[in-house]
Design a protein around this ligand. Sequence first.
Ligand code: DLL
Length: 452
Amino acid sequence: MSVANSLAAEAVVTSTSTYKTSTYMYQPEIETLPRDQLAALQLDRLKDTLRRAYEKVPHFRRRFDEAGVSPEDLKSLEDIARFPFTVKTDLRDNYPFGMFAVPRKQVARVHASSGTTGKPTVVGYTQGDLDRWGELMARSIACAGGTPDDALHNAYGYGLFTGGLGAHYGAEKLGCMVTPMSGGNTEKQNIVLRDFGANVLCATPSFALNLADHAERQGIDLRNSELRIGIFGAEPWTEAMRAELEQRLNIKAVDIYGLSEIMGPGVAVECCEAQAGLHGWEDHFLFEVIDPDTGIPLPMGETGELVITTLTKEALPMIRYRTRDITRLSAEPCSCGRTHVRIMRVTGRNDDMMIIRGVNVYPSQIEAVLVGFPNIAPHYQLVIRREGVMDTLDAEVEAAPELNADQYPAVAEKVQRHIKSIVGISCKVIIKAPGEVPRSEGKAVRVVDKRG
Ligand code: DLL
């Protein structure tokens, strides 16, 4: 067993409290399963999932029939490429419960994501699904360095969003003391964080930054608090932002990924040892990366759109779900000893890509320039406008508190030149006074489209 695994295992067995027991079954053999055995397990579970999807969900039956494939055609994992994709509009078209593979009475919980337009996307879970989700989130928190003895402050939003309850039940399963804080209430959060001695903070990275900012103003020294780990996700963020958060909060910051259509948080997470890409839990999910234009699967390591098939979901099996998230997979061994494939940092979504005067750009590329840049604070918003036939981009960036207003133009000019030379686009940088860029209370709104 690797050091990482023995440490995590020890942490689990050393939780001896009579009142609070960890019900999480740490299974190092699953996380370090040799790849051929992992593939065999996936194949078994994939066959079962395809069969259930075909038999129980009219949408899948129709799509499989149209594509001329049946579950029996899958003989190897690679055969998945013959099956049709599922996209977000399929869920909307079958609103609310039309994609469920079990009768309504067997659904124990639903979540939903609002989306920007129209009907929400509704997802459902049987009790078995909820148990497995709790297990995977517990595994994810342990992988991030959390232990049953930790106090975990959960600032992901509770409600229809999967972040709050997803992290909550995982943390309880691991045996942590959980503070179910939800989002918002920044100042109160900091008082609770300090007074309850939180060791682990779960939040979106933009909200964590907001907390750090406020703490400084409130005179709360989070750097010298009990806080040790930040488990940040639900939105794209950068290495620059990681460095900023680690420094400001004196923590180790790890990336966590997930999406409601597949489960919620806990689909993949970084290990605290390497912090270098997120282990995707392959005993429950099958990951592919495809060329977003042709839909053809790409070889391991190439960048494209992440596609996920669930292997154990009962209420809502998902076949080849197009996440729209841009990333690449890595099968390189990880220093922690886990064998599960790594999903490298998601740089952005297909639909977040901006095309400015012919140049493709993701908000995260601009963030990488802005965060850590001298004299500015790491809060920003990008505004797209249309001038004639051209799209223009303004980056609204906040001044650091010590910067005088008469220095704003010179700093703006410098930032502008850096964005041009590093990202390759011309954008106008507008320096705003401290506090003028809207703060995040959950997922940050990075792009404001004013093209009408
Ligand atoms: O954001 C689930 C979640 C909650 C993940 C808490 C992590 C922590 P949705 O609201 O359905 O679910 O949004 C899913 O958010 O397709 C990505 O575009 C984005 N996303 C999630 N995690 C990351 C991440 C939750 N670590 C969508 N990096 C996904 C980049 C992320 N983007």
